[in-house]
Design a protein around this ligand. Structure first.
Ligand code: BDR
Ligand code: CA
Length: 318
């Protein structure tokens, strides 16, 4: 069975990503590495522990990542993130704190050890800034040739950004780290706004969770309704909320859900387009393309998998 690590800034859609992973028999979630973004690092890890408890998976360990970008002194949550994900990151829905605590091993060391242990069988899915994986690649560059694959949520190649015309939120938090990853030669699939804004959830689906009537399903319905409501203000043209992070998990499990473009990518780190994800001109003629960018998605098949897997998990969790 494939082993999966999720690197999360937990967040509503990060919570749905955890749910998708735990609802998928093809993979074992061997750990969550914490990052910052939708919430501060500490709040994200608190959420990870509480959510995995609620979903009946207290065996999932949480490892503390870096609290901000290497080139920054600190990190503060943007007001727009609070508006979309709530002050607590999970739609301001209260769930009990876990009695567990994050591990003492750092996220960076956990990632490096996991690559050395599982190699090709390991898939790493970052759905926040790329700060932790960039630090791991700096500390142990050899892992780029040993990891199975990295499937990230972030970036926008064929559409505009969601923070500015050219920048997507996860990349914007730490463009330097994302650029290190993109240029590292590691096998990366980018699942960006190109496809995640095509996979939308509505109140019709969350009602199905509410009708299940379990604690877990009611939490998922209430939390996701908060997120859908925020999208009605920020992106009224969409008619639902973007399933960004769970789509990355789904693609990590079943790459045939998307069509991809093989391309060597970079992230602009200087000048006015800082944070833009774009092809790297200097590697245009390299016959080896280390990255794949998702540009098309089988929307209905993904939504069916999403509802089946998460509903089953929420029912079993009680
Ligand atoms: C990404 O930014 C975060 O707000 C979401 O959790 C997702 O990972 C979408 O741009
Ligand atoms: Ca996220």
């Amino acid at each position: 069975m494939k082993k999966m690590i999720l690197d999360l800034d937990t967040g509503v859609d990060d919570t749905l990503a955890i749910s998708y992973a735990l609802g998928s028999p093809e993979v074992e979630l061997i750990g969550i590495t914490g990052t910052y973004g939708n919430v501060l690092l500490e709040q994200g890890m608190r959420n990870d522990l509480a959510i995995t408890d609620l979903l009946g998976h207290s065996e999932v360990k949480v490892y503390p990542g870096l609290p901000h970008a290497e080139k920054a002194d600190s990190f503060s949550v943007l007001p727009v993130s609070e508006f979309i994900h709530g002050k607590n990151g999970i739609g301001d829905i209260e769930i009990p704190d876990s009695s567990r605590r994050p591990e003492s091993q750092s996220a960076v060391d956990f990632i490096i050890d996991a690559v050395k242990t599982y190699g090709d069988d390991l898939v790493y899915v970052p759905t926040g800034p790329m700060t932790n994986i960039a630090a791991a690649l700096r500390k142990a560059p050899e892992i780029k040739d040993r990891i199975g694959k990295i499937v990230l949520m972030g970036g926008a190649l064929t559409v505009c950004g969601n923070v500015s015309a050219w920048t997507e939120a996860n990349i914007s938090q730490d463009p330097d780290a994302a650029n290190e990853l993109f240029r590292s030669g590691a096998p990366v699939t980018m699942v960006g706004l190109d496809v995640t804004l095509q996979t939308l959830l509505t109140y019709k689906e969350t009602k199905r969770w509410r009708d299940l009537g379990t604690k877990a399903s009611t939490f998922l319905a209430d939390m996701t309704d908060f997120y859908i409501k925020a999208y009605e203000t920020t992106s009224p043209h969409l008619g639902g909320c973007g399933l960004h992070d769970p789509l990355a998990v789904a693609v990590a499990i079943d790459p045939t859900l998307v069509t991809t473009l093989p391309i060597n990518m970079q992230v602009d780190v200087d000048g006015p387009t800082r944070g833009r994800t774009i092809g790297d001109n200097t590697r245009l003629n390299d016959s080896h393309k280390s990255m794949q960018v998702a540009v098309g998605v089988d929307v209905q098949r993904f939504l069916d998998e999403f509802m089946t897997r998460i509903s089953r998990l929420a029912e079993q969790a009680g």
